[in-house]
Design a protein around this ligand. Structure first.
Ligand SMILES: [Zn+2]
Ligand SMILES: [Zn+2]
Length: 215
């Protein structure tokens, strides 16, 4: 039995991008606001609270840093940047830590891609071709994944992106978490999502009985 207010799950993001409106006002790693943020000296785009936040972000930033530098002073849109991060993760063979659910262990590679629905959706296919156009500039000579792979990644991104909000519910970024996708999208919500920086917390907003063993 979960009681009202209980934490159902907490998750750090698999990928996250600070909203372009917040760039320079918040840390690209932890999303906290700060006065004297330190800029990455190589790309001159991302900014951090301190060396610790920079170090924390380096595994993710080292791949994108030369890409950002390549197109500077242009800065990619949030959706393009999120896609860039996913493409780079996949190139590196990083699908995140597997999370166990009813069906078994799963990570980003097991997410449903919804490719078929996207192929039939003109707005989505146009959005994807714009993203791919910019991705090609960002990645330069290093090859883009094949079209069907990009469509798959894009589908996973569209379905699983969360808008990260601050305490006043103002959007400050976008992120993909590996565990919340396991939650059912219920018409009658029994849980609420909040954020501390980039960390997601899901809490029960009413008492939730344990599923009966007969089911
Ligand atoms: Zn920070
Ligand atoms: Zn950089």
């Amino acid at each position: 039995m979960k009681r009202k207010g209980d934490i159902l799950l907490q998750s750090e993001p698999f990928v996250h991008v600070l909203s372009h409106k917040q760039r320079g006002r918040r840390c690209d790693s932890c999303f906290k606001s700060g006065e004297n943020l330190k800029r990455c000296t190589m790309c001159k785009v991302v900014r951090y609270c301190n060396a610790m936040c920079q170090k924390e972000d380096w595994t993710s930033h080292k791949g994108e840093c030369p890409c950002l530098k390549r197109v500077f002073p242009d800065v990619p849109l949030d959706s393009v940047w999120l896609m860039l991060k996913l493409v780079l993760k996949q190139k590196a063979g990083d699908n995140g830590q597997s999370i166990k659910n009813d069906i078994g262990w799963r990570n980003f590679s097991d997410f449903k891609s919804h490719s078929e629905e996207i192929k039939c959706d003109q707005n989505r296919t146009e959005q994807l071709s714009k993203i791919v156009f910019t991705l090609r500039k960002l990645l330069g000579d290093s090859s883009l994944p094949p079209g069907d792979k990009l469509m798959e990644t894009f589908g996973k991104m569209v379905i699983n992106s969360f808008t990260v909000c601050d305490g006043e519910l103002q959007p400050i970024g976008v992120a993909i978490y590996l565990s919340p996708s396991l939650l059912d999208h219920s018409c009658e919500p029994n849980a609420v999502v909040t954020f501390q920086g980039t960390k997601l917390t899901v809490r029960a907003i009413k008492d939730i009985p344990d599923p009966s063993p007969a089911n």
